[in-house]
Design a protein around this ligand. Structure first.
Ligand SMILES: [Zn+2]
Length: 211
């Protein structure tokens, strides 16, 4: 079976499993519990269209999960079916940001490419943040100024309440010399952000507005 689960979908499944585990810990009553399980399973199944029998078999044990250990074992079985992010090398990154002098590169070693929907890193010395993601099957790079804020806030990409910063970038306007500045509060820690993503909707929207 080929990998068929995206990082955000994997996170979504993880969240559903947490609901089931919490249900087991707090609810007394078979009926309520089985309702919680079937809702969780249904939500997971609606993520995918035209599932094969094998894929269904893989996801089906959601209804048997009772505790944290079951949940972890289930997620470990799913992991090989998570689609890795496109391979990114230093060369690829340099190509995506051709105009940036002294481009700070992210740490690419030991990255599990299954763990992210976008690659994001900070250059705090230059107050900048870089984002590489896939859009319409192509890798694209976004860069902007990044100013950390001291209070936690809601991230525009993952909707988690995290340590955020204002990511501001310039987009070419309709006339040649005009630039429009667009800003969003997003997570300082992009790894954490990727763990929080349970849908790609906001990321896609963000990329469309800024690129
Ligand atoms: Zn985030």
């Amino acid at each position: 079976m080929e990998p068929f689960i995206r990082n955000d979908q994997y996170n979504f499944i993880k969240a559903q499993i947490q609901t089931v585990i919490n249900g087991h810990a707090t609810v007394n009553g078979e009926d309520v519990l089985s309702a919680i399980k079937s809702i969780a399973e249904e939500r997971v199944f609606t993520l995918f269209t035209d599932m094969s029998e094998e894929q269904k078999q893989l996801l089906h044990p959601i209804s048997q999960i009772e505790d944290k250990a079951d949940g972890e074992a289930f997620l470990a079985q799913l992991k090989p079916y998570v689609i890795p992010f496109k391979e990114v090398t230093e060369k690829t990154i340099k190509k995506l940001f051709p105009k940036v002098k002294k481009l700070k590169l992210p740490a690419l070693e030991n990255l599990d490419r299954r763990d992210f929907s976008y690659l994001g890193w900070n250059d705090y010395g230059a107050n900048k943040k870089y984002i590489v993601t896939e859009h319409n099957q192509k890798l694209i790079g976004l860069q902007g100024t990044f100013k950390r804020v001291h209070d936690k806030g809601v991230c525009a990409l993952c909707h988690g309440i995290e340590e955020v910063g204002m990511f501001m970038c310039e987009k070419k306007g309709s006339s040649q010399d005009a630039f429009i500045k667009r800003g969003n509060y997003i997570c300082q820690d992009s790894q954490k952000c990727n763990e929080n993503l349970t849908t790609l909707d906001r990321l896609t929207d963000f990329v469309e507005r800024l690129s």
